[in-house]
Design a binder for this molecule. Structure first.
Ligand code: NDP
Length: 452
């Protein structure tokens, strides 16, 4: 059977753009269907604009830190529309770059909502196209729990376009997005209440590291509301824009903006005609094998729509792996070991490899090395922030299994250590590495005595 395309990709986010460009570079005839914006969550309402907001929020701290160095700066005002609109202009520039990358690779961009309607067949804008292979890379969407008044709240897409800057923002959640925005809004001058139902931020990270991160993050004048479960939201009479978040306990918190950062749901439903849904897990992710094949022949999936780590670089790597497997005859599956990640909270938490708990669960006997200190800059700045570093080492082989850090530039620092872990570095290799002095990172190569 002759197909219109070798590959049709639904979703021009991180995975979709990379897969379609790389497949086209292999001489394949490729189309990518996108209904919203090129670049997906990461470029439009995720990593990139978030990092720009983080930069903006750091100036307040720099002004405060300057005084101990004799630098007397004044923070006169913060203009939210300037930040918001400059950010949007930069994102539009990136959208244009993505469009050019796709066009220059020979990928046909189809604007509209794509849906699998039959084997090898996609419907978009009432037209049908056929493809030998279909790749679903439609990502995820923020999920607000179904409570009364949820329509009064915003999600992590809307937060990038707020009409007016909140005086008091209530943020619900304890994951990446909640803590990153807590730091952003606190730094930009809003009052922040952070509501975390478990009382413990950043589930999934090394326990000791996440506890340290929580202690440091909450030093930023964040009002922490632990162990409360949202029950309802309602508008308050009298005060314009004032909202109340009520908890199941009967307690409440008031603010003029309520942001729910309570996780993201995979965008599966709209991608398939009724009755065609491939196998999914309990959370609605498409299940795939190590060749990214769903249970529907000829239909592949990757990125946030599948289970596993929801990180841009993972989606990009999956796309590269898919192209190698399908068009270059290299069968090697994607390697999910030692994926580094950073939370751009203030301070940052970054991590690569196994947590202490995961290492023990996997049967390793571990030595733990930790270091906790005040960074040199903070001696003069008077900033109360402290840094934490941790190595998880296999006692039997001396291999470093995990590297964890809470502190300034943790994300930048851990990227290099991720290379070391990938290369199978032992603690002896760390010990024989010369430090860069004076830096915080050198502490990772000077931890001589095990903590336990
Ligand atoms: P996460 O899954 O990281 O965190 C969700 C949080 O919401 C958890 O603290 C969870 O609590 C809480 N929660 C879930 N449901 C409810 C509820 N009904 N009521 C109250 N609290 C609730 O999701 P995020 O939305 O923060 O981020 C989604 C994903 O996006 C991340 O997992 C990450 O993979 C990715 N991301 C990556 C970034 C980066 O690389 N820097 C930045 C931002 C996002 P509990 O812990 O009790 O389950």
């Amino acid at each position: 059977m002759a197909f219109d395309f070798d590959l049709i990709v639904i979703g021009a986010g991180s995975a979709g753009v990379r897969a379609s460009r790389m497949a086209a570079a292999q001489g394949k005839k490729v189309a990518v269907i996108e209904e919203r914006y090129l670049g997906g969550t990461c470029v439009n309402v995720g990593c990139v604009p978030k990092k720009l907001f983080v930069y903006a929020s750091e100036f307040r701290h720099q002004v405060e830190d300057g005084r101990g160095f004799g630098v007397d700066m004044q923070l006169n005002s913060f203009d939210w529309p300037t930040l918001r609109d400059n950010k949007t202009k930069e994102i539009q520039r990136l959208n244009g770059i993505y469009a050019n990358l796709l066009k220059n690779s020979g990928v046909q961009i189809i604007e509209g909502h794509g849906r699998v309607v039959a084997a090898n067949t996609i419907e978009v804008n009432q037209q049908h196209f056929t493809a030998r292979q279909i790749l679903i890379a439609t990502g995820g969407w923020p999920d607000i729990p179904d409570i009364p008044g949820r329509e009064l709240c915003i999600d992590s897409n809307q937060v990038f376009f707020l009409e007016r800057f909140p005086r008091h923002i209530v943020i619900v959640g304890g994951g990446y997005i909640a803590v990153e925005f807590a730091g952003i809004f606190a730094g930009l001058g809003a009052k922040v209440s952070l509501v975390c139902r478990s009382g413990k931020l950043l589930k999934g990270f090394d326990e000791e590291t996440r506890a340290y991160a929580q202690q440091e993050i909450l030093k930023n004048s964040i009002d922490f509301i632990a162990s409360e479960q949202p029950a309802a939201v309602r508008g308050l009479n009298g005060a314009e824009g004032e909202l109340r978040l009520e908890f199941t306990s009967g307690a409440h918190v008031d603010g003029d903006c309520i942001l729910f950062a309570t996780g993201r749901k995979p965008n599966v439903q709209g991608a398939f005609a009724d009755g065609l849904l491939p196998a999914m897990d309990n959370e609605g992710h498409l299940l795939v094998n190590d060749r990214f094949e769903t249970s529907m022949p000829g239909v592949f999936a990757m990125g946030d729509i599948t289970p596993g780590l929801k990180l841009t670089p993972v989606a990009l790597a999956e796309a590269m792996c898919f192209v190698r497997q399908q068009y270059q005859g290299v069968d090697t599956p994607m390697d999910y070991a030692n994926i580094p990640t950073a939370v751009f909270s203030q301070p940052e938490l970054a991590s690569v490899g196994l947590s202490e708990e995961a290492a023990r669960d996997e049967g390793f006997q571990v030595s733990i090395f930790t270091s906790e200190f005040r960074a040199l800059k903070n001696t003069l700045s008077g900033n109360a922030g402290r840094t934490f570093m941790k190595l998880v080492v296999d006692k039997n082989t001396d291999r470093v299994l995990g590297v964890h850090m809470v502190g300034e530039h943790a994300g930048e620092i851990l990227q290099g250590f991720a290379v070391a872990l990938k290369a199978g570095a032992t603690k002896a290799v760390f010990d024989s590495t010369i430090g860069i002095h004076p830096s915080a990172a050198e502490e990772f190569v000077t931890m001589r005595t095990a903590t336990r």
